[in-house]
Design a protein around this ligand. Structure first.
Ligand code: NCD
Length: 320
């Protein structure tokens, strides 16, 4: 793996290999001493132009547990706020001898563009409304951990689909792993051109959450992204919740084994009720925990190369 810009960069075997490595990393995460020497001497920069809690800190922890030197740069507090262009910022960071650049940017396609400007490995930590591949990998990891193989499993992705990079990466990832996917949203938040896309990539769409929930193995609730909305996409928050929120009443519609996921941050009471978010079937904190393991796996495959610690040593565990 060179860069990780899109879930399209990975075929089924590569996804499974990453998830296997993540499982080894998850074991490391449970040890008292978590540090592995794998990326000693490598430098990873987290360059974040958009807000983040989970993604930025889990990439930081992941890099540190692999013994990389990790530096965080956010737009606020950097020369970006003085008007520096993306290209100049990236070239400046790269000129310091960085090995890996983890980047989040508000423009769709920004990370692909960055990968053409520099030699360092580029990992997409979310580019506008385009993709967020490590989120999809950690979601797949978490759901598989609870449900087993995803082949033939039915996952509903529900909510603000139009503005969601998580949707795009998850759709590709879940289809790559053989899952059946149904997208559920109000008509105003269903991406335009969805019918052609659905026919091409083989997934279903619905406006009726109550009809879909009894048929799923997992419901992935997506945040209503008010910061990306320029107009009114639904009349009131209350109406959104009535139609598309995972409310306490709707929990009853789920089969007993079905799980609930949400990438966070959540709008509690809007797209997901506290009863759902905090229920035994909720994977939300498992997703956060898997986020570190999956990002360790991604950094390992992208940066360790031949000098890295082999998979066997990882499993057997050589902490420093
Ligand atoms: C997502 C993101 O930033 O795209 N969050 C995340 O990475 N955990 C989803 C969101 O912001 O709603």
């Amino acid at each position: 793996m060179r860069h990780l810009l899109s879930m399209h960069d990975l075929d089924r075997d590569e996804v499974l290999q990453l998830l296997d490595t993540a499982a080894s990393m998850h074991d490391v995460q449970r040890r008292e001493v978590k540090k592995l020497p794998t990326l000693r001497g490598r430098t990873v920069v987290n360059l974040f132009f958009e807000d983040s809690t989970r993604t930025r800190s889990s990439f930081e922890i992941a890099g540190k547990w692999l013994s990389a030197d990790v530096i965080n740069i956010s737009a606020k507090g950097s020369s970006v706020s003085k008007g520096e262009s993306l290209r100049d910022t990236v070239l400046t960071v790269a000129a310091m001898g960085v090995d890996g650049l983890v980047i989040r940017h508000q423009a769709s396609g920004a990370t692909l563009q960055v990968s053409k400007w520099i030699d360092a490995v580029v990992i997409n930590a979310g580019d506008g409304m385009h993709e967020h591949p490590t989120q999809a990998l950690l979601d797949a990891y978490t759901i598989r951990h609870r449900l087993g193989d995803l082949e033939g499993r039915h996952i509903a992705i529900v909510g603000d689909l139009t503005h969601s990079r998580v949707l795009r990466s998850n759709l590709i990832c879940l289809k790559t792993l053989g899952a059946r996917v149904t997208l559920v949203a109000p008509p105003t938040l269903m991406p335009s051109g969805i019918d052609g896309w659905a026919a091409k990539d083989g997934f279903d769409t619905s406006y009726d959450l109550d009809a879909v929930l009894p048929t799923v193995d997992g419901a992935m609730m997506l945040r209503v992204q008010r910061e990306r909305m320029s107009g009114g996409f639904f009349p009131t928050a209350r109406e959104y919740t009535v139609g598309y929120g995972l409310t306490r009443e709707r929990l009853e519609l789920l089969p007993d084994h079905a799980v609930i996921a949400h990438p966070g941050p959540m709008n509690r009471g809007l797209e997901i009720a506290a009863d759902a978010a905090d229920s035994a079937r909720s994977l939300i904190l498992d997703q956060v925990s898997a986020g570190v393991a999956v990002r360790m796996a991604v950094l390992y495959h992208a940066l360790a190369g031949e000098q890295g610690v082999g998979e066997r040593e990882l499993v057997e565990g050589k902490s420093v």
